[in-house]
Write a protein that binds this ligand. Structure first.
Ligand code: ZN
Length: 88
């Protein structure tokens, strides 16, 4: 499931975390070293649909052979939404 960021227009894919939450996985930086996500494409989750899954890597942990390192979009967004506590 691909979506685009409301503020920067960048593309990301929604992935399901191990907790069942949705994580925006950035497309442009997929595979770029340093990301803290390990992403797996499940081609058939049992009902004929494919799904993207991800887990957060620990400190120094490497992704497995079937996993790809990736970044959450909010970590690389070029125009992240302003937070109330941020000062101009
Ligand atoms: Zn963005």
């Amino acid at each position: 499931m691909t979506a685009s960021c409301k503020t920067c227009g960048g593309l990301f894919d929604w992935a399901v975390t191990v907790d069942g939450n949705m994580m925006p996985v950035d497309r442009d930086t997929a595979g770029k070293p340093g990301g803290n996500l390990a992403v797996t494409r499940v081609t058939d989750r049992g009902d004929g649909h494919s799904e993207l899954r991800c887990r957060v890597l620990g400190d120094g942990e490497q992704p497995g052979p079937a996993e790809k390192v990736a970044w959450p979009h909010w970590a690389v967004c070029s125009n992240p939404p302003k937070r109330k506590r941020d000062r101009q």
